[in-house]
Design a protein around this ligand. Structure first.
Ligand SMILES: [Zn+2]
Ligand SMILES: [Zn+2]
Length: 268
């Protein structure tokens, strides 16, 4: 899809740039493009967008695990010279603190929050703290952080475009508030949810706070609507063959949902 067509879409959509919870050949890390200027999670922005990286001014981050922040440093590096305004990175307080402390710390990567753009007083990166429930409006998207169940400061997002919305859980274990949001927010037409491990690995799923097909099937009992399309992402590459079979057998991909791949477009 031509990125220019986003704002003119009758049916609003988002594009998958990467859909896995680990890296392997043809399996890229978690990343979504919401509009010409906005991406969510930074697992695979550069390869996912190619030339389109020059338009990206806003990166929303669900949590600070490596598979979700991987490309932040490379994105600012690749676009620094052409950039006229700061690259804004949005996340909850601890997520932003983690990025500054562990990545943009001069040791692992330069601290672009302290580096001026060329010929400018503006910094290359601006960190923007967001809170649960707060709605941020940017480039025709309304983005709301919602509670999930993964790390202390992780969150999912409701992404609204043209009065239609998708709930992106990001990485999560079982979580009532996700389903409360879907049941009560009529604009939501679909959900993109984490299934990382096969059901035989329930203990690891619990310890690392991810879902399995069996857990997702249980979670779907909390869904009180029959019109929600269920998309799955974040498969761990080592379990791909086994997990795809199990997900399909589990009947969790409701209303023609699918296991998403890079370059898929989800219509809201
Ligand atoms: Zn992840
Ligand atoms: Zn994670």
């Amino acid at each position: 899809m031509d990125v220019k067509s986003y704002s003119q879409d009758i049916t609003p959509s988002i594009k998958i740039l990467g859909a896995y919870g680990g890296k392997a050949t043809n399996m890229a890390l978690t990343s979504l493009q919401l509009s010409k200027e906005v991406v969510m999670d930074a697992g695979n922005i550069l390869e996912g967008l190619g030339n389109g990286i020059k338009n990206i001014n806003h990166v929303f981050v669900s949590h600070s695990h490596l598979d979700h922040i991987n490309d932040i440093g490379f994105l600012i590096d690749a676009t620094f010279e052409q950039r006229k305004i700061p690259l804004k990175i949005y996340g909850r307080k601890k997520t932003l603190e983690d990025i500054e402390k562990h990545i943009l710390n001069w040791d692992i990567w330069p601290d672009f929050t302290q580096i001026n753009l060329l010929g400018s007083d503006l910094k290359a990166i601006e960190l923007v703290e967001i809170s649960l429930g707060e709605v941020i409006e940017v480039d025709d998207c309304k983005i709301k952080a919602i509670e999930n169940n993964h790390t202390i400061s992780s969150n999912g997002f409701v992404i609204e475009k043209n009065n239609k919305a998708i709930l992106f859980t990001s990485d999560t274990y079982c979580c009532d508030s996700i389903w409360d949001e879907v049941n009560n927010n009529e604009k939501i037409s679909c959900i993109l949810i984490d299934v990382s491990f096969p059901s035989r690995m329930a203990q690891l799923a619990y310890d690392s706070k991810h879902l399995t097909p069996e857990l997702l099937a249980q979670e779907l009992k909390k869904l009180k609507r029959d019109d929600i399309t269920v998309y799955v992402n974040h498969i761990k590459p080592s379990y791909k063959i086994e997990l795809v079979k199990e997900i399909i057998k589990s009947d969790v991909l409701l209303n023609d949902g699918m296991i998403v791949e890079a370059q898929d477009v989800i219509e809201l």
